[in-house]
Write a new protein. Structure first.
Length: 110
């Protein structure tokens, strides 16, 4: 059974914990777009590492191999830092407050 007993407490907790998507796209499209973005980001990272390894193919001197290895580490790290990251949805309380502000502003202007 819930520890929160009053309806006011339930509503306050709902405003704090529930989230709403305010990104501007159809909220159902995130099911496809998030995995797609992650997939493309990882693919880009693998491609960059593969490109950095091209000079070190075959029988090469140790200096070239070391330079290629350091280039792979550097490129992979940069791509990973710039990779796709999910951003959290906004709390319901912020969304409702924004809607109320906008509603009030529209009443004053209109």
């Amino acid at each position: 059974m819930s520890k929160v007993k009053t309806p006011q407490d339930k509503k306050r907790l709902s405003y704090e914990h529930d989230r709403r998507n305010t990104y501007g796209e159809n909220h159902k499209s995130s099911r496809k777009n998030i995995p797609r973005s992650k997939r493309l980001s990882h693919q880009d990272e693998r491609r960059a590492v593969r490109q950095a390894l091209i000079p070190a193919q075959g029988d090469v001197p140790d200096e070239v191999a070391d330079e290629a290895h350091s280039q792979v580490l550097r490129t992979g790290r940069i791509k990973k830092l710039r990779a796709f990251r999910k951003s959290p949805d906004r709390p319901l309380g912020e969304v409702v407050a924004g809607r109320l502000r906008r509603r009030k502003r529209e009443q004053i202007e209109g």
